[in-house]
Design a protein around this ligand. Structure first.
Ligand code: CA
Length: 231
């Protein structure tokens, strides 16, 4: 379930958005000011932020700029909401780092379609697309993982870890980044927890000859590679 942070100070609009998103299966977190939004980001990184332009404290555009500069939130998908419809305002919003721009008033249907489009582009892990790499297949809806006819048995954490690695193949991820993106918490879990789950994941992938897809990169972290499995 994708987690969406809704940053909107007008509570009636925030509630309406929240109802529509929850109905569509999203996990919704609300923030009514720049300060609350920053606190929410510091706690758990969402899969996407719906960010209102006009906020008490810093503006949505200032927040977007700030998040793009911070390594931890640099890749955060941001959909900017605003009543401004002039071209120069759209350019300002997109230049600040927003992935897309939605002018109020908008229909719930358009909002959901834009969210899905941004997630497909920026956060494939938050969508239900089946992924296949070197014969290893992962289906987020049925939660089945396997190769050919053979299936693997994965625990929930190993499933999330594999899903994240498969949606970001060839990237090297540090333990801290994996805790942040997979566990959703970068502060309260020890980094060696990642090693434990990587070991379990490799063991689960052994029967389908895919354990070697998960590579250890010395001094850096882990990576899922495209290299063909050996049978
Ligand atoms: Ca506002």
């Amino acid at each position: 379930m994708a987690r969406v942070l809704v940053v909107e100070d007008e509570s009636a609009i925030a509630e309406l958005i929240a109802i529509n998103l929850r109905h569509a299966g999203f996990d919704v977190v609300l923030a009514a000011s720049a300060e609350q939004a920053q606190a929410a980001i510091d706690a758990v990184l969402p899969d996407l932020v719906l960010l209102d332009w006009m906020l008490p404290g810093a503006s949505g555009v200032e927040l977007a700029r700030r998040w793009r500069l911070a390594p931890r939130s640099r890749e955060l998908p941001i959909l900017l909401l605003t009543a401004r419809a002039e071209e120069k305002d759209k350019i300002t919003g997109l230049d600040a780092g927003a992935d897309d721009y939605l002018v109020k008033p908008f229909s719930p249907g358009e909002l959901l379609a834009r969210i899905r489009a941004v997630l497909r582009r920026r956060a494939p892990m938050a969508t239900d697309t089946v992924i296949e790499i070197s014969g290893l297949r992962l289906d987020p809806i049925t939660r089945r993982v396997g190769r050919g006819e053979a299936e693997c048995r994965l625990g929930p954490t190993e499933f999330k870890l594999l899903h994240y690695l498969m949606t970001h193949p060839e990237h090297v991820h540090s333990r801290a980044q994996l805790l942040d993106r997979v566990w959703g918490d970068h502060v309260f879990i020890e980094e060696r927890t990642v090693d434990v789950h990587i070991k379990r994941l490799r063991e689960a992938l052994l029967p389908v000859h895919c354990a070697q897809l998960i590579e250890t990169v010395r001094g850096a972290g882990y990576r899922l590679t495209h290299s063909a499995p050996t049978v």
